[in-house]
Design a protein around this ligand. Structure first.
Ligand code: GDP
Length: 194
């Protein structure tokens, strides 16, 4: 089926153990400000499903959305927000690692990287960790409308190399322009078999 993902917000949790069960799930993670909320809104074609540019603190939870089939999409809190207090930084890592290692229904992690400035040092740390823990991961380059067309080919090559991927394994998306959104929806549907 084509068209927007019919996501509805279900619940938020601090721990993986507090999430409702799911038959199949994909999760999104990335540096704060990478465009994760905008991307979720674009996937669902909804303006405010996930909040855009939220203040840190309110986004420090695992947010779960469900499709009509019962399959789920999880919005994981972003990393690397300078203004987040140390106390919250210390809870981020066990929360995310607990989720990624403990969520049985997880089919794949979508790791969002800024198409223009990524991967950052924190993105690479995250990537090393998911590779080391064999978490099935798809890299999505966000805000690709910001890369000038003349630089696009070079940037794709650079980004893929830095992420140790083939260029074809990177997905390119722009929530603002709609680029790559339908491909990403289709990919998520395949992962969720929905
Ligand atoms: P989050 O913190 O990862 O959830 O990021 P947001 O979705 O809140 O977006 C952060 C900022 O990037 C906002 O100012 C958005 O308007 C902007 N942004 C998000 N997606 C895009 C995009 O595809 N293209 C451009 N140019 N800006 C975007």
């Amino acid at each position: 089926m084509a068209g927007p993902l019919q996501l509805e917000f279900v619940s938020s949790a601090k721990r993986v153990g507090d999430l409702p069960e799911s038959p199949a799930e994909v999760a999104l993670v990335g540096r704060s400000n990478v465009g994760k909320s905008s991307l979720i809104n674009a996937l669902a074609n909804r303006k405010q499903l996930a909040r855009v540019s939220n203040t840190p603190g309110r986004t420090q939870l695992i947010n779960l959305f469900a499709l009509p089939t019962g399959a789920t999409v999880v919005d994981l809190p972003g990393y690397g927000f300078a203004a987040v207090p140390t106390r919250e930084k210390a809870t981020w890592q066990p929360m995310i690692e607990g989720y990624l290692l403990g969520r049985e229904s997880l089919q794949a992690l979508l790791l969002l990287v800024d198409a223009e400035i990524g991967p950052t040092k924190l993105d690479l740390q995250m990537l090393e960790w998911v590779y080391a823990n064999t978490i099935p991961t798809v890299i999505v380059a966000t805000k690709c409308d910001k890369v000038r067309p003349s630089r696009l080919a070079g940037r794709k090559q650079q980004l893929a190399r830095a992420c140790r991927l083939e260029e074809g394994d990177l997905m390119w998306a722009s929530a603002s322009k709609g680029t790559g959104i339908e491909q990403l929806r289709a990919h998520i549907r395949v992962l969720l078999q929905t």
